[in-house]
Design a protein around this ligand. Structure first.
Ligand code: 5GP
Length: 202
């Protein structure tokens, strides 16, 4: 039975990752988006169980202690984590899974599941990132400065990813992400079940 592809998508906050991911999911509805746990407060329009599971620090720390997370990280003062159980079940069933996680989490996934395909979404420029964070209007100046500083630090990790996608337009970026997913699904280890090794024929 074919296992699903685990696609890890990282990108500096404000790069437009959620918008690109939403477009990818629209075009590939069978792709499963892993809903993370976080201790951050919901932003306007975010829904519990859809964008994140919004939990208290205490609840999150209990989950850490129970070993529920495939990975978790602290990012700009909040915890974010991916629950192991659902991901494992989906991949075993052959369903492709998309994780939207930051660089520390991606490093842990690479360690634990080396077959994961990792992708970093970058803005056309750093100035454009700053402009987008201000335009979003959801964070204070202090938070924006903190996010930009984090983005500069994260940029050093990009070389560890398998793919880089530039978010110049949402359509272009989504198309490239879909192409990467398609290519990953055609890799030999995912297609070997289609080949009859005994008889030298298909
Ligand atoms: P935001 O607060 O803007 O929704 O997310 C901040 C950062 O946390 C983003 O870079 C996002 O990819 C990352 N993130 C979201 N969920 C997870 C998770 O489960 N684990 C990790 N390590 N990072 C996550």
């Amino acid at each position: 039975m074919k296992r699903g592809t685990l696609l890890v998508v990282s990108g500096s906050s404000g790069v437009g990752k959620s918008t690109v991911i939403a477009q990818v999911l629209k075009e590939r509805p069978e792709l499963y988006f892993s809903v993370s746990f976080t201790t951050r407060a919901p932003r306007e329009g975010e829904v519990h169980g859809v964008n994140y599971y919004f939990v208290t620090r205490e609840d999150f720390e209990e989950r850490i202690a129970r070993g529920e997370f495939l990975e978790y990280a602290e990012y700009v003062g909040n915890y974010y984590g991916t629950s192991m159980e659902v991901i494992r079940e989906k991949l075993d069933k052959g369903v492709d899974v998309l994780l939207d996680i930051e660089v520390q989490g991606a490093a842990k996934v690479r360690e634990k599941l080396p077959e994961a395909v990792t992708l970093f979404l970058i803005p056309p420029s750093f100035e454009e990132l700053s402009r987008r964070l201000h335009a979003r209007g959801t964070d204070s100046e202090e938070k924006i400065a903190q996010r930009l500083e984090t983005a500069r630090r994260e940029a050093k990790e990009i070389v560890h990813y398998d793919y880089v996608v530039v978010n110049d337009t949402v359509d272009n970026a989504a198309r490239e992400v879909l192409a990467i997913l398609t290519a990953a699904g055609c890799r030999m280890e995912r297609r070997i079940h289609l080949i009859d090794k005994e008889s030298d024929s298909l």
